[in-house]
Write a protein that binds this ligand. Structure first.
Ligand SMILES: *[C@@H]1O[C@H](CO)[C@@H](O)[C@H](O)[C@H]1NC(C)=O
Ligand SMILES: *[C@@H]1O[C@H](CO)[C@@H](O)[C@H](O)[C@H]1NC(C)=O
Ligand SMILES: *[C@@H]1O[C@H](CO)[C@@H](O)[C@H](O)[C@H]1NC(C)=O
Ligand SMILES: *[C@@H]1O[C@H](CO)[C@@H](O)[C@H](O)[C@H]1NC(C)=O
Ligand SMILES: *[C@@H]1O[C@H](CO)[C@@H](O)[C@H](O)[C@H]1NC(C)=O
Ligand SMILES: *[C@@H]1O[C@H](CO)[C@@H](O)[C@H](O)[C@H]1NC(C)=O
Ligand SMILES: *[C@@H]1O[C@H](CO)[C@@H](O)[C@H](O)[C@H]1NC(C)=O
Ligand SMILES: *[C@@H]1O[C@H](CO)[C@@H](O)[C@H](O)[C@H]1NC(C)=O
Length: 461
């Protein structure tokens, strides 16, 4: 498609808008829907490229439809995409089997699929458990085709040890795969190599003792392994970090954080880390889960670019960005920022913000105020990222609803507490705006907890 544009001489126009024709666009934390319009249910999952066929990408994860604070096995979902933007549902590729360790009264979490070259087969590993998390096993299933169905081979404890949060990782250079998992009642974090079939573990490579880490993932960059993890804290977002080593057997470095302390990885937990070898650049993509701790079925996802500066990794904070998967190039999408003091919010609700928020003022929505603005940009479908601080208790959520020109908008933005710090977070809401639209953002739950809106960032959807 690019070359078509080049031929007509408007390539420079396309790049001006920084949205190449086949580019994916990402709005972190926004509800994502599949090509049928249903919410994507692929939590705690992974995304790999098919070995054969058209090289499409496949996203595997937990279907948590309808779950509130927990739930048992519904199915491992699979979605297919060529560009990371449009995802076509492939159904459940692993389903509950009655009266077994993967029945619908048991737990299947963090499903991950890798391709095994020796057997020309896709191998899925997952955390398999009893409903009270007492069994602490891994499970293995295989399929000759990436989109299943996967045949379950069984659940077991690796080397007889308990195993909880986990991933599997395939070294792209050697083809050896590894299980990285929380063990010893969640205290230890251990790495074991898999046998050549990827059916079992065959040797412990390294154990981090007493670190209470989970949600592992790996990038291999310039010969070094970057092992990402989150600290353990239930469904609460934490400061994810990583260790570095030149061998999976260590020695591993101390941890480095992926984002500023207290930013809680921009409200995510690591799910999977994807290296995209584009024709121009190699790109590092972080897939995070945003767990909605009391409405797990409506948990969202956040894709963030990972920046490698030659020695360290960091998550790039952004409200909207675009990736050309074929080329491996990316950029932030342009946005229109409307700060509180440039909004039409009543003057009496503006307060000075002590965190250096853009514009120096924030709208105090602690009481029954609202954030209002007049849209001066072009008409169309927008994603509005609400930038806020909400120093409530851990696991506290708020909802913001919107009216556009007096009409209530369906759906509401979910805002999670930023806890005791003043690092602002963002929550997206899709809005259709006309030029001159009057927008009212209204807090739906008042509990007296301080709640400040710095402003909004408006993106073309
Ligand atoms: C099922 O789990 C039990 C432990 O709870 C284990 O002994 C047994 O081998 C497992 N069987 C299969 C087929 O996964
Ligand atoms: C796993 O169990 C073996 C004994 O079966 C033990 O030697 C080893 O330390 C355990 N590994 C971890 C990470 O707990
Ligand atoms: C484990 O399997 C890998 C292949 O996946 C192999 O290279 C390694 O030698 C095996 N280790 C042991 C201890 O069998
Ligand atoms: C990379 O980032 C780390 C952490 O912020 C910093 O210590 C280091 O100096 C940076 N290196 C380069 C080459 O910029
Ligand atoms: C507020 O709007 C004015 C006028 O459009 C503009 O000059 C100013 O830069 C804006 N301030 C901020 C903080 O965006
Ligand atoms: C915001 O308003 C609440 C009452 O609605 C008040 O208690 C609080 O002090 C205000 N915050 C700031 C920063 O002025
Ligand atoms: C927004 O808040 C102001 C001040 O509290 C109030 O006058 C107005 O009615 C509110 N608008 C809506 C749509 O709730
Ligand atoms: C996102 O989806 C959930 C249902 O899972 C819904 O409650 C919420 O309103 C949606 N959010 C937006 C901004 O549409």
């Amino acid at each position: 498609m690019h070359s078509t544009f080049k031929a007509f001489g408007i390539w420079s126009l396309a790049s001006l808008f920084s949205q190449a024709v086949n580019a994916a666009t990402f709005f972190p934390l926004l509800n994502m829907t599949d090509t049928d319009g249903n919410l994507i249910q692929a939590h705690g999952g992974n995304i790999i490229q098919a070995q054969d066929g058209d090289g499409s990408w496949y996203w595997f994860g937990e279907d948590k439809t309808g779950e509130t604070t927990g739930g048992t096995f519904i199915g491992v979902s699979c979605y297919k995409s060529s560009d990371f933007s449009s995802w076509e549902y492939q159904g459940h590729v692993l389903k509950p089997i009655a009266d077994t360790n993967i029945s619908d009264s048991r737990i299947v979490e963090r499903p991950k699929v890798l391709y095994n070259d020796k057997n020309s087969e896709y191998v899925m590993w997952f955390h398999g458990d009893s409903s009270n998390y007492g069994d602490a096993q891994v499970g293995v299933a295989t399929s000759k085709t990436i989109d299943g169905d996967y045949d379950w081979k069984g659940n077991f404890k690796p080397f007889g040890n308990d195993s909880r949060d986990m991933t599997i990782y395939k070294d792209p250079d050697t083809g050896t795969a590894y299980l990285i998992h929380a063990t010893n009642n969640n205290a230890d974090f251990s790495i074991a190599s898999l046998d050549e079939d990827y059916y079992n573990v065959n040797e412990t490579q390294y154990t981090f003792k007493g670190v209470y880490q989970e949600a592992p993932g790996v990038f291999k960059i310039a010969g070094a392994y970057f092992l990402l993890f989150s600290p353990q804290d239930g469904w609460t977002p934490t400061d994810n970090g990583y260790h570095v080593a030149t061998s999976m057997a260590g020695p591993w470095s101390d941890k480095t954080l992926l984002a500023p302390e207290g930013a809680y990885s921009y409200l995510t937990q690591n799910a999977y880390d994807i290296t995209i070898k584009g024709s121009k650049e190699t790109f590092y993509l972080y897939l995070g889960d945003h767990w909605s701790g009391n409405q797990l079925g409506s948990s969202t996802y956040a894709f963030y670019p990972v920046i490698y500066n030659g020695s360290a990794l960091s998550l790039h904070k952004t409200g909207g960005w675009t990736l050309d998967v074929e080329a491996g190039t990316w950029s932030d999408l342009p946005d229109t920022t409307i700060t509180a003091d440039n909004s039409t919010t009543a003057e009496e609700y503006l307060v000075t913000c002590d965190d250096g928020c853009t514009g120096g003022k924030a709208a105090n929505m602690t009481g029954s105020s609202n954030f209002t603005f007049t849209w001066g940009g072009s008409a169309g479908d927008k994603v509005v990222q609400i930038v806020y601080t909400y120093p409530g208790a851990k696991n506290a959520f708020k909802h913001i609803g919107a009216t556009v020109d007096g009409k209530p908008v369906e759906g509401n933005a979910l805002l999670e507490t930023t806890r005791a710090n003043t690092i602002s977070q963002q929550a997206p809401i899709p809005l259709t705006l006309a030029e001159g639209s009057e927008v009212v953002l209204k807090l739906l739950d008042f509990d007296g907890t301080q709640f400040l809106v710095d402003g909004v960032q408006v993106y073309d959807a």
